[in-house]
Design a protein around this ligand. Structure first.
Ligand SMILES: [Zn+2]
Length: 347
């Protein structure tokens, strides 16, 4: 019996580098945590994951964040997230969490990190799918809150708090428009000095110069989204030459912000790949978008006519773009080679 493309691409070993932990919360878990914590939803719970545009999506995202109130809540979310990823052939992820609102309302970062670590450890033991965390700055809160809250993270590192080794880098998300990324330079300098990796959401809703600032002023090692790079041929040439990774999320862009990106056909992803950019493939907020990484690989293969060998190359590019050490990268490349050879043979 022929295997479907979706089955094949789900089984293909993959990594994921642009996925928000809060955006992996299943609708049932959202209902359960909202009831447990007495949080009143702004709409009927079974309609919560329906929204028309970016501002509707952000309302949902903030509601999802609001139901996470204890270490155990974060642990439950993190555990379920690993299981979903593993069932999609994900062997390794670097996952964002954005705790600014929780820290503002008095929750301790130590509890959040410990809870996420508890859940991820349990998920890893069960599935073998590994996860690291990226602490995301919420740009909406401004640079002084970013500095203050990052110091909490660095303090956890100094005292070797439970789970802190799992946090290997920082990023920043939320509003891009009208924000000069260079105001976050002090936080990025402090993160670099502490030995943390750096990335940042840029170029989804901001021009190419904002990507350049993220690289040159913030010292970002990769860029999340990065679509507007195509506006600047010299910047494209530089990113190709230096193989600076871009973590791209085509279907999420279409679902979350249809005003800006009307369809996969209109998305820049194939142009980015054709230009030689190290453009990886990711889901961003899979539960909120009704997506999985297996489905995203299938969407992209179908939309752009990519064959299995191209999809295997995209999986390898994901590994190249990780912050894993060289031995782990070699191991992951070998797993992809081995399984993809079986899949090509079966096909
Ligand atoms: Zn994102």
């Amino acid at each position: 019996m022929p295997t479907s493309l979706r089955d094949t691409l789900t089984r293909l070993p993959k990594v994921e580098l642009h996925v928000h932990l809060e955006g992996t919360m299943l609708a049932d878990t959202l209902s359960e945590l909202a009831r447990k914590n007495g949080v009143t939803p702004p709409a009927p719970l079974d309609e919560m994951y329906r929204y028309a545009n970016l501002s509707g999506f952000l309302d949902v995202f903030w509601f999802v964040q609001s139901v996470l109130q204890t270490r155990e809540d974060w642990a439950m979310l993190a555990y379920e997230s690993v299981l979903q990823a593993a069932s999609n052939g994900v062997i390794y992820r670097e996952v964002f969490f954005t705790p600014a609102r929780h820290l503002r309302s008095g929750m301790s970062l130590a509890d959040i990190v410990a809870g996420v670590d508890d859940g991820m450890s349990a998920g890893e033991r069960e599935t073998g799918s590994e996860t690291r965390m990226i602490y995301d700055i919420d740009r909406d809160f401004g640079p002084s809150v970013a500095d203050e809250q990052l110091e909490m993270l660095l303090e956890l590192r100094r005292r070797a708090a439970h789970g802190i080794d799992r946090v290997i880098g920082i990023g920043m998300d939320s509003t891009e428009r009208g924000v000069d990324p260079s105001v976050f330079a002090p936080a990025y300098r402090a993160a670099k000095a502490a030995g943390l990796h750096r990335t940042g959401h840029q170029g989804e809703d901001s021009p190419a110069w904002a990507i350049e600032i993220a690289l040159d002023v913030l010292g970002c090692e990769r860029i999340d989204h990065g679509i507007s790079v195509l506006e600047d041929a010299a910047l494209v040439a530089r990113l190709v030459d230096e193989q600076i990774p871009l973590t791209v999320c085509p279907t999420a862009n279409v679902v979350i912000n249809p005003d800006k990106c009307v369809s996969l056909d209109a998305h820049a992803y194939p142009a980015m790949r054709a230009a030689g950019l190290l453009a990886t493939l990711n889901t961003d907020d899979p539960a909120l978008v009704g997506l999985s990484l297996g489905a995203e690989y299938t969407n992209v293969a179908n939309a752009y006519g990519y064959g299995l060998s191209t999809m295997v190359q995209i999986a390898h590019d994901g590994v190249t773009a990780t912050w894993a050490d060289d031995d782990d990268k070699r191991r992951m490349h070998a797993v992809i080679d081995e399984v993809s050879a079986e899949l090509l043979h079966a096909g």
